[in-house]
Write a protein that binds this ligand. Structure first.
Ligand code: TMP
Length: 236
């Protein structure tokens, strides 16, 4: 497959056209942002780690019945994925209170939730990705009721699969953000990435943060945290 012109540059990835209209190539960058792009920096080696970890997780999920956009890893930073129309929602699933959930509801970070929760945010940096309910989603025509039901079903299934999978490596899945897209034939598939940029991962025993919160909160050691995730999950 041939890599053609750049179609889009996001905060953490670039997307390129290919000679096949059904496929694009994503290229992961080391650029790190937080607070809707207000805080900017670099996490050396992040692009390679996020590419490899995302593909590893997507393969595991696909094998367990979740349709994804993943096609083929072609270099340490580049992957061929199905071209999809992204549904403009951030789908957040939580097992343990942290981040904006803790702030919004006044629940201490680390409190285990009685059951996993799901929420949607509108994917719009200028508006600060505001929380949005399903009535708003329908009113704005962002997705249909069937789409929303499917997205919820997949998101909770991803949570159960990923949570169990990570426990083997002594990693607690605190929460994560997913994005979904529609292929040209109208099928909903899991898209974007699943990485320390988009998930909270804590060591089961020490609760050490192994994710982008180290960058967001100026804790330091972000490179080490990303490397540690790669080492535990993929083994190098
Ligand atoms: P939050 O607690 O800040 O709402 O974050 C919930 C999860 O979503 C956390 O795992 C980090 C991830 N996330 C993103 O992937 N992108 C974002 O822009 C934000 C704010 C959070």
């Amino acid at each position: 497959m041939e890599k053609l012109e750049q179609l889009y540059e996001g905060k953490a990835k670039k997307v390129y056209a290919t000679n096949d209209p059904d496929f694009v190539i994503v290229d992961y960058k080391d650029d790190a942002t937080a607070f809707n792009g207000e805080k900017k920096g670099t996490i050396v080696g992040k692009g390679v780690i996020n590419n490899r970890l995302t593909n590893h997780f997507m393969k595991m999920l696909e094998e367990n019945g979740i349709p994804t956009h993943f096609v083929k890893e072609i270099s340490d930073r580049e992957t061929v994925v199905k071209k999809v129309k992204i549904i403009m929602l951030e789908v957040i699933v939580r097992n343990i209170a942290a981040g904006s959930f803790s702030k919004r509801f006044g629940v201490k970070e680390g409190v285990i939730l009685k059951q996993p929760s799901i929420e949607f945010s509108l994917k719009n940096d200028d508006l600060g990705d505001p929380l949005i309910n399903t009535s708003h989603v329908l009113a704005l025509g962002l997705a249909s009721a069937e789409d929303i039901a499917k997205i919820k079903e997949y998101a909770f299934k991803v949570n159960a699969l990923l949570k169990n999978y990570l426990l083997k490596f002594d990693i607690e899945l605190v929460d994560f953000k997913l994005e979904f897209g529609k292929t040209s034939d109208g099928k909903i598939v899991l898209a974007d990435e699943i990485s320390p940029d988009t998930c909270r991962f804590w060591d089961v025993h020490t609760h050490e943060k192994l994710d982008k919160d180290r960058f967001r909160r100026n804790l330091g050691g972000e490179e080490h945290a990303y490397q540690e995730m790669l080492k535990r999950v993929i083994g190098d």
